[in-house]
Write a protein that binds this ligand. Structure first.
Ligand code: 1YM
Length: 666
């Protein structure tokens, strides 16, 4: 029996930020592009040979970098004060058009290359920067590469410049070869000015996909509009059949202020205003906006030159310094904390419930850390601290009522931190006891080699029973959870750490919790969430993900968390048994197998016998696991706050706006 049981065998990435829409698969890097015939490697050929070195990867993510490279040039022109608008269009064939209304790229001849400046910009590596003539580039994609890299990785690319009544044009083909020199191809209205770049990413380079992701583009374009106040960005997606998703305009006069308001739209602010400041020193621009909410966590995000710095760095350090200094001083001055009691509020206490965006623009940013997500320039710390500190101090003095509400909240956070610490210490001291308390709950595997071990977290005892009998006991452990777990979004820290289901997970995983989370101590290489394919299952899965996200984020960042995909239907025709994992899959089976089918819809994991569960969902040979990843922390944060938080109204809106989610099979 059970021949042909499986539809696909794959491990996908499941991006938390895209939980709503469930796409963005960023898989392996193809870097074996070789062309033995080429003897002399000029710049563009070098790019084609090792695309990963210039754009990170040739996956979907690398593909999107092409757009950002060109968009950044338009934004730079707007930041320099010459353009007001940057328009991005994706046509039906996934060709990209970016237009700005700036000065237009220089149309003269470059002395060194004897070719037009435009041809030089698009064919000489890093030429854009060198020819920039002093105006420093502050946007700039992750890899700081230029227009020439985009050209090298395109099947064709066209540049049009409108300047002083003339329309200039040049076209490149086959990875950056000019078809003809730059030429005037016509007249235009003398008042018209700007640059247009159109290109088609080369499918030979982007073998995985040349299809742009609507949501990735829209979210980033919107973010760029928040980060660059006063610049109008438009996005047209001509592939969309849904009228509402074909055209967008993003324009935020208030910049980061509006960004914070947007993030807090799903939260409950405890102050009316948003604290906002901008300033500059030594050529470094600083912009900060923040607002306290009833949340218990902070949502503090930092950027340098429009790039998200997920690991913080010196700008975040400066912000933390200011917060801690100003708030402690304020609390002491007002006798809210007694000097001699020696209470010091930490930056963490002061950030409780704080939503903040810190954005700096630096002419020569240095990034550190494995993923280059940390700003390293040491002078930035003091500058941010001074500029933001002055504004925060002023705000507290001028708004005594809000200041009191904020301080009360921070002092509560301080108390809660001490209580959580006591609870955590209690867990740690009873380590052996804790294992004892897992008896009869955790069905552990026999292997102790964590690199091969897996733990399935299963809802309910009956499903737990099937899983227990269906597993490979050598490397698969089962942890059945009874009923719903606590919604960590709504409970205070020490309550969460006292919850029985949560404690059994912490104990079973062995990796610690909160700041102490250490993935090297994980007892399993895969943590697999296995819930029913129904609304309750969805809910439990989200509760678990929320807990991991808030309390053990490194296990998500490290890629240890997976979602099992049990089938929705069992389809039998004669002796053949097949399984469908989605409604669409069921439709396909219907078409493929015709009629006279015996169809069983599984209402829960518990309905499957152990063999079926192993066959369809647990056996590494057949199963589909979806890996949970975290590409967009802000989005994920907002997502969890909205889906799990107190406020009902934004949640309703969210579900309606992202209706796909309601139907999503994950
Ligand atoms: C759709 C993409 O690239 N716009 C753009 C690029 C440039 C200029 C204006 C520009 C810059 C300068 C002087 C300057 C660039 N010029 C260069 C280079 N939009 C887009 N708009 N004049 C025009 O920086 O001094 C590189 S990019 F090198 F020629 F100066």
């Amino acid at each position: 029996m059970n021949e042909e049981a499986n539809e696909t065998v794959m491990e996908e990435e499941y991006d938390l930020s895209d939980v709503v829409l469930g796409e963005e698969l960023d898989i392996k890097v193809k870097s074996d592009y070789t062309d033995e015939d080429i003897q002399v490697l000029d710049g563009l050929e070098a790019v084609r040979k090792r695309p990963g070195m210039y754009i990170g990867s040739t996956s979907s993510r690398g593909l999107h970098h092409l757009v950002w490279e060109i968009v950044d040039n338009g934004i730079d022109e707007a930041m320099a004060g010459f353009a007001t608008t940057v328009c991005i269009t994706i046509d039906k064939d996934n060709n990209v058009t970016v237009i700005d209304d700036g000065r237009g790229m220089p149309t003269g001849i470059n002395e060194k290359t004897n070719k037009s400046t435009i041809e030089t910009i698009f064919t000489v590596l890093h030429a854009g920067g060198k020819f920039g003539g002093g105006a420093y580039k502050v946007s700039g994609g992750l890899h700081g590469v230029g227009a020439s890299v985009v050209n090298a990785l395109s099947k064709w690319l066209e540049v049009t410049v409108y300047h002083e009544g003339k329309e200039y044009f040049i076209r490149f083909e086959n990875g950056g070869q000019p078809v003809a020199p730059l030429a005037v191809i016509g007249d235009c209205d003398p008042s018209k000015h700007g640059s247009k770049v159109r290109f088609k990413p080369d499918g030979e380079i982007f073998q995985e996909t040349t299809e742009f992701n609507h949501d990735t583009l829209r979210k980033r374009i919107r973010e760029l509009a928040f980060l660059n106040k006063g610049i109008r960005l438009t996005f047209d997606d001509e592939r969309e059949t849904d009228e509402k998703r074909r055209h967008y305009e993003f324009f935020y006069e208030g910049g980061l202020k509006e960004y914070v308001a947007d993030i807090n739209s799903g939260k409950e602010p405890i102050q009316d205003d948003i604290i906002y400041t901008e300033g500059h020193e030594k050529g470094i621009q600083v912009e900060v906006a923040c607002q306290y909410t009833t949340d218990e966590r902070d949502a503090v995000y930092t950027f340098c030159n429009n790039i998200f710095t997920g690991d913080g760095g010196t700008h975040l350090d400066g912000f933390n310094d200011a917060l801690k200094r100003v708030i402690n001083n304020y609390a002491k001055d007002r006798k809210l904390i007694k000097e001699k009691e020696d209470i010091t509020l930490t930056a963490e206490d002061c950030k409780d419930g704080l939503t903040a965006i810190i954005s700096v623009k630096h002419p020569d940013p240095q990034y550190e850390g494995q993923t280059k997500g940390k700003l390293g320039n040491s002078e930035v710390r003091k500058i941010v601290s001074t500029i933001f500190g002055a504004q925060l101090e002023r705000y507290l003095l001028e708004h005594p009522n809000e200041a009191k509400i904020i301080l009360d909240k921070i002092l509560l956070a301080y108390e809660s931190r001490l209580a959580a610490k006591r609870a955590r210490e209690a867990t740690r001291n009873k380590k052996n006891d804790a294992f004892g308390s897992l008896k009869g709950k955790l069905v552990d595997c026999s292997s102790k080699e964590s690199s091969i071990c897996e733990i399935y977290i299963v809802e309910g005892d009956s499903a737990g029973g099937s899983a227990k009998n269906g597993r490979d006991s050598h490397f698969q452990a089962i942890l059945p959870l009874r009923g719903k777990i606590l919604n960590v979004e709504k409970a205070r820290k020490h309550r969460i750490l006292e919850n029985a289901e949560i404690r059994s997970m912490i104990t079973a995983f062995g990796c610690g919790v909160m700041e102490e989370t250490d993935t090297s101590k994980l007892r399993y290489n895969k943590i697999v969430i296995m819930t029913d394919a129904d609304v309750d299952g969805d809910h439990i899965r989200i509760l678990l993900l929320t807990f991991f996200y808030r309390f053990m984020r490194p296990i998500i960042e490290g890629g240890y968390v997976y979602i099992a995909q049990p089938p929705l239907y069992k389809v039998q025709k004669g002796k053949t048994i097949r399984y469908a994992y989605t409604e669409q899959g069921m439709e396909r089976l219907r078409n493929e197998l015709g009629d006279k089918l015996a169809i069983q819809r599984y209402k829960g994991l518990g309905e499957m016998d152990a063999d079926q569960l192993r066959e369809t969902t647990m056996d590494p040979k057949n199963r589909t696991l979806i890996r949970v990843s975290l590409d967009d922390a802000i989005q994920a944060d907002q997502y969890f706050s909205i889906m799990m938080g107190e406020e009902v109204e934004p949640r309703k809106n969210f579900i309606i706006e992202n209706a796909d989610f309601a139907e999503l099979d994950v």
